[in-house]
Unconditional design. Sequence first.
Length: 59
Amino acid sequence: MSATRWCLAVGLVLGIVLAFGGWFAFLITLLFGLIGLLVGLTADGKLDMAGLFGRASSR
């Protein structure tokens, strides 16, 4: 299982745990899932955060 999938799963679980008991649970879970996905994509090297913020790693 890739780091992207692991981080997405962890983000979803954390979102469910933090949002348990409220009607707001879906939005919080979605937010944490997206954060986990971004972290996982960065860890896998599929997303270049420096490039997104204007500091590309290669010229």
